[in-house]
Write a protein that binds this ligand. Structure first.
Ligand code: B1M
Length: 221
C-alpha cells in the first residue's frame, strides 16, 4: 500500500473511531507528503462521517460516537481550512450563512463556507440554531447579495419557509438570493419553501450562487 493510501485509510479509520489526536497527526503528515487537502476531505474525512451516519442508523453508533467523530474531523478541518480557502482574490460579494433554528449540525455548513471563501466571497457565519430574526438582522447589518440556510434534519428543514417569510416581511427578500441545502433537502423542497436555489454539496453551492448572481463567465457573456 502506498504512503498516500495509508494516510487516507488512517484518516478514515481514526475519524470513524473519533480519535482526534491521530487525525490531526495524519493530516499534518498528509500535507508533508503533498496530498491535496481536498483529497483528504473528499476521499477520507467525509466518507468516514457518512459511515458514522450509517452506523447510527443501524443502531451500532449512538450520539456520543457521532460527536467524537465530528470533533475528530473538526481538528483536521482547522488545519485544512486555510489551505482550501486561500484565494487572495478581491471579494466578489457577501454571503450570510447559518444553520436554521433547532439544528446544531455545522460541519456541512462550515464546508460550504470554506468553498465560498475560496471562491472569493466574504462569508458572514451566523452559526447554528439560528432563528429567523438572526437571518433578518444579519441581512440588515451586512447587506449581503446572497443568504444560505442549512438544515440537516427532516424536522428542522421546515424552518426554511418561516425564515424566508420573515425575510419577506422585513422587506429584504428582493435584495438577496436565497440558497438552501443540507442532507435531507431536495430541489423540490427548496422550491416549495420559496428559495431561489438548492445545491446538494459545497462545490455546487458555489457554482449556483455565482450563477444566480450573474458572476459566471456564461452569464457575463
Ligand atoms: Co446528527 N443526524 N443528529 N449529529 N448527524 C444526521 C444528520 C443523521 C442523517 C444521522 C442518521 O440518522 N443517519 C440524522 C438525521 C435524520 C433526519 O432527520 N433525516 C441525525 C440525527 C437524527 C441527529 C439527532 C436528532 C440525534 C439525537 O440526538 N437523537 C441530533 C440532533 C441535534 C440537533 O441538531 N438538534 C444529532 C446530533 C449530532 C451531533 C451533535 C452528535 C453531530 C453534529 C456535530 C456537528 O455538526 N458539529 C452529528 C453528526 C456528526 C451527524 C452525521 C453523522 C454527520 C453529519 C455531517 O457532518 N456530515 C449525520 C449523518 C450523515 O450526514 N450521513 C447526522 C458531513 C457533511 C460534510 O455533510 O452535513 O450533508 P452534510 O453537508 C453537505 C451537504 O449537505 C451540503 O454541502 C455539505 C458539504 O458537501 N450542504 C449545503 C450543507 N449545507 C448546505 C447549504 C447550501 C448548499 C449545500 O446552501 C446554502
Amino acid at each position: 500500500m502506498s504512503q498516500r493510501d495509508e494516510i487516507l485509510d488512517g484518516l478514515y479509520d481514526n475519524t470513524l473511531d473519533g480519535q482526534a489526536g491521530p487525525v490531526v497527526e495524519l493530516t499534518r503528515r498528509g500535507l508533508e507528503l503533498g496530498i491535496d487537502p481536498l483529497d483528504m476531505l473528499f476521499e477520507a474525512l467525509i466518507p468516514a462521517l457518512e459511515e458514522v451516519g450509517r452506523l447510527f442508523e443501524a443502531g451500532e453508533y449512538f450520539v456520543p460516537e457521532m460527536l467524537v467523530a465530528a470533533r475528530a474531523m473538526a481538528g483536521a478541518m482547522d488545519i485544512l481550512k486555510p489551505l482550501i480557502a486561500a484565494s487572495g482574490a478581491k471579494p466578489v460579494g457577501t454571503f450570510v450563512m447559518g444553520t436554521v433554528q433547532g439544528d446544531i449540525h455545522d460541519i456541512g455548513k462550515n464546508l460550504v463556507n470554506i468553498m465560498l471563501e475560496g471562491a472569493g466571497f466574504q462569508v458572514v457565519d451566523i452559526g447554528v440554531n439560528a432563528p429567523p430574526e438572526a437571518f433578518v438582522e444579519a441581512i440588515r447589518e451586512h447587506q449581503p447579495q446572497a443568504v444560505g440556510m442549512s438544515a440537516f434534519l427532516t424536522t428542522t428543514m421546515t424552518m426554511f419557509k418561516p425564515t424566508i417569510e420573515a425575510i419577506k416581511e422585513a422587506g429584504l427578500r428582493e435584495q438577496v438570493k436565497i440558497l438552501v441545502g443540507g442532507a435531507p433537502v431536495t430541489e423540490e423542497y427548496a422550491q416549495i419553501c420559496g428559495a431561489d436555489g438548492y445545491a446538494p454539496d459545497a462545490s455546487s453551492a458555489v457554482r449556483l450562487v455565482k450563477q444566480l448572481l450573474g458572476l459566471t463567465e456564461a452569464a457575463a457573456a
